[in-house]
Design a protein around this ligand. Structure first.
Ligand SMILES: NC(=O)c1ccc[n+]([C@@H]2O[C@H](COP(=O)([O-])OP(=O)(O)OC[C@H]3O[C@@H](n4cnc5c(N)ncnc54)[C@H](O)[C@@H]3O)[C@@H](O)[C@H]2O)c1
Length: 360
């Protein structure tokens, strides 16, 4: 590929299509093509984003010889077929979360990508906040001590009303899990990434607050509450809701070790609370004081805030660096996407049966 810009094709012209386009350009790539649910939608998105080629179908884009990397930014149920077709066409693939709506498809994607030697990535974007890397480094170095407990929550309110609808509400487009697959998947990834240990078993309850929305029956959950144990025996809870008034993207991760606690809040991502029996502090992002991996992602001087779009740019920059042969620290791959799919399936099974379910 030499020094020429990577050529990116985007599938899906909505919120994430725009975010991926901006992040790819910031990483130095050329966004050469876009496809969406229709030729008209692709044309509109191409004009709005200044993308030279609008493909009439996603399939045309997936087989476009001028595309090196496909970014799949369409509704959840399309991820598996599009990512598989892209891999089979020899493309590197960045695919949105949830990677798939079932673990058999995720297994196939991981196997096909490995056999073909192609780079894969899933935007578990919260990994790319420097203060998340700092929390992870403190756990890995032993500063936090033995991890005793973990609490993760992600609260939103955009589906609070009985008439609030979106493709995510429909299991055919979003998959059998809604709130947990949509936002709980980020928590699963963040817990395992920061703590360096796996969620080993779960016991879950789910609730569908509105059994019908805008007159149509709903089978997907609005809330999920999960108790879990990690492989090394730490206890934890996860709580997700898309019906919590006033909460927008209230993702919190709180880890208690035998020496320190660390708490990250994605709505205030430039600080990490470090708790001790004596001398708790709010650590402001300052590259000079951070671990190397956190400092690496701290791309503007302290005092200039970093946020969601910066984290996204860092994610895509690392994914594209991997395509060029680098091995960036902490890039979430399809194997990580599959982890979140497996835990999501276990959460649904536990909620259905009332039993603890293992998540190997
Ligand atoms: N990583 C993150 O932080 C993050 C944040 C938001 C959404 N997402 C994920 O990104 C994906 C897209 O979400 P969004 O918020 O952009 O949704 P959106 O509704 O804003 O956009 C979806 C786009 O896909 C198009 N589309 C619909 N059906 C299609 C099909 N069959 N083929 C091709 N395109 C099709 C739609 O026309 C629309 O342009 C979802 O899987 C979601 O879970 C990830």
């Amino acid at each position: 590929m030499g020094a020429r810009p990577l050529r990116v094709g985007i599938v899906g012209g909505g919120f994430m299509g725009r975010v991926h386009t901006a992040a790819a350009r910031s990483a130095g790539a050329a966004v050469v093509a876009i496809a969406s649910s229709s030729a008209e939608g692709a044309g509109r998105a191409a004009r709005a984003l200044g993308v030279p080629t609008a493909h009439a179908t996603a399939d045309d884009l997936l087989h476009d010889p001028d595309v090196d990397v496909v970014h799949v930014c369409s509704p959840n149920a399309t991820h598996a077929p599009y990512a598989l077709a892209a891999l089979r066409a020899g493309k590197h693939v960045v695919c949105e979360k949830p990677l798939t709506t079932g673990s058999a498809e995720a297994d196939e994607l991981v196997a096909v990508a490995e056999a073909a030697g192609l780079v894969t990535a899933v935007p578990f974007v919260y990994r790319f906040h420097p203060m998340v890397r700092e929390a992870r480094a403190r756990v890995a170095s032993g500063r936090v001590g033995r991890v005793l407990s973990v609490r993760g929550s992600y609260l939103q309110d955009w589906l609070l009303g009985v008439d609030d609808v979106d493709w995510r509400v429909d299991a055919a487009a979003g998959g059998p899990s809604r709130a947990f697959a949509d936002i709980g998947s980020h928590l699963v990834d963040l817990v395992e990434f920061v703590v360096g240990d796996r969620i080993a078993r779960v016991s879950a309850l789910t609730s569908t607050v509105h059994p019908a929305r805008a007159g149509t029956a709903v089978t997907t959950e609005d809330e999920a509450a999960v108790v879990f144990a990690t492989g090394s025996g730490a206890l934890g809870t996860l709580f997700v809701s898309q019906v919590a008034p006033g909460r927008k993207n209230r993702l919190l991760l709180d880890v208690s070790g035998s020496v320190e606690s660390v708490e990250f809040s994605q709505e205030e991502p430039d600080a990490l609370w470090v708790g001790r029996r004596r001398g708790s502090e709010l650590l402001a992002r300052d590259a000079a004081q951070l671990s190397p991996d956190a400092a690496r992602l701290s791309v503007v001087p302290a005092g200039h805030p970093l946020g969601y779009l910066d984290a996204f740019a860092a994610f895509v920059a690392d994914a594209h660096a991997a395509v060029r042969g680098d091995r960036p620290e902490g890039l979430p791959t399809f194997a990580d996407g599959r982890r979140a799919v497996r835990v999501t399936e276990a959460v649904l099974e536990s909620a259905r049966t009332g039993a603890w379910v293992g998540t190997p």
